[in-house]
Design a protein around this ligand. Structure first.
Ligand SMILES: O=C(O)CCC(=O)C(=O)O
Ligand SMILES: [Fe+2]
Length: 201
């Protein structure tokens, strides 16, 4: 079954709560915990550098490099467990994803703050495919200009959220902390990265 369109003005969202069945999602979760290289990425907040509150792994083709704050990041190679997922997504979305940002939220204290996935390398209207594994967590969206426009989704084990069209241009999204006792969660955002025009990489 194709993902269901979620109505939200100025956004393009589609959601499939069971893109992977529970067994396949369990197996992928375990394989990624073991196979991916998990790191604490540094983030810049209000002009100061901090450790981000989660573990992350930038994965992709060797030429899917990107520049951030003057540093060039080279992706880690694809863990074997991700290859069939990448192939199925490319087939279903008609998009040749060449990179994934994996985030691992160890418990409710791990989170991601408000942002848009709007790096120039992603282009003006990127399709981002977000696959969630493990604990169900709340994902929130809010419009950049109209505070009345917001949404929250509970992203469960094996679910797929597609964000496309003007979503990144018009909305920010976040994965808030929670005081609820929650288990570990891994999220994978599949992306297409093109070299920035004029960038020397
Ligand atoms: O963990 C999530 O569901 C969101 C991750 C996210 O927004 C990102 O990787 O850019
Ligand atoms: Fe994001």
């Amino acid at each position: 079954m194709p993902p269901t369109r979620l109505p939200l003005q100025d956004a393009e969202l589609a959601y499939d709560p069971h893109w992977l069945d529970a067994d396949a999602a369990d197996a992928l979760f375990a394989a990624l915990r073991a196979q991916a290289v998990w790191e604490v990425h540094r983030i810049r907040l209000f002009g100061r550098e901090h450790d981000s509150p989660r573990l992350s792994s930038w994965i992709g083709d060797a030429d899917a490099r990107y520049r951030y704050s003057g540093t060039e990041f080279r992706p880690h190679p694809w863990p074997p467990a991700l290859l069939p997922v990448r192939e199925r997504l490319a087939h279903e979305c008609g998009v040749a994803f060449n990179s994934v940002l994996a985030n691992r939220y160890r418990d409710g204290r791990d989170a991601m703050g408000w942002h848009s996935d709007d790096e120039p390398e992603l282009g003006p209207a990127p399709l981002i495919a977000s696959l969630s594994l493990g604990a169900r967590r709340r994902f929130t969206l809010k419009h950049r200009r109209d505070p009345a426009l917001k949404a929250a989704l509970e992203l469960g084990h094996g679910s797929l959220l597609l964000m496309s069209g003007p979503t990144q241009a018009n909305y920010r999204h976040a994965l808030p902390r929670t005081a609820r006792p929650v288990g570990e969660r891994i999220n994978l955002t599949f992306r297409v990265i093109s070299p920035r025009p004029g960038a020397a990489i």
